[in-house]
Design a protein around this ligand. Structure first.
Ligand code: UDP
Ligand code: MG
Length: 136
């Protein structure tokens, strides 16, 4: 049985700064994801705070929001069978040091904060996050 899902991916400022967005987009394509929508944007700190609201109570919240709004990002709607978990698998662990060989964060991530990509962590959050960036 197929289980087509859509998920949000973000190429974070550290990766856009190194001009890695095409390479990362290619990784999605060769791993069977369709890129249904994409745009390059530069969000404000206020918008980043809204996006990462679930992390409000965490000690790293302020730095995280400052970071996501520090430069351009590329946001994408990815589609594949089980896209949410497939994307999380392709991304690897939050900390690039712990990420498995071949994952995006292992290949491109610099540190736990500059870990190059974001991916929704559940189907429910994917809907909320896709709405956040792509609702007209
Ligand atoms: N993060 C951080 N310090 C930490 C944990 C997380 O800077 O100790 C950042 C990291 O960039 C991560 C983001 O906060 O991607 C969101 O954290 P989450 O636990 O949701 O990780 P993810 O879902 O991105 O793997
Ligand atoms: Mg997360």
């Amino acid at each position: 049985m197929s289980n087509i899902e859509q998920t949000l991916s973000i190429v974070k400022p550290d990766a856009v700064e190194r001009n890695l967005q095409d390479q990362i987009k290619n990784e999605f394509k060769i791993n069977g994801f369709k890129i249904l929508k994409e745009k390059k944007i530069h969000i404000s700190k206020d918008e980043a705070e809204k996006f990462y609201k679930v992390h409000e109570s965490k000690p790293f919240y302020n730095d995280l929001c400052a970071y996501l709004s520090s430069g351009p990002i590329v946001v994408m709607c990815l589609q594949k069978d089980n896209a949410v978990s497939e994307n999380r698998k392709l991304m690897g662990a939050t900390n690039p040091k712990d990420a498995e060989e071949g994952t995006l964060r292992k290949k491109y991530g610099i540190s736990i904060d500059k870990n190059s990509v974001h991916g929704s962590d559940s189907v429910e959050n994917a809907k909320i996050e896709l709405d956040f960036f792509f609702k007209d």
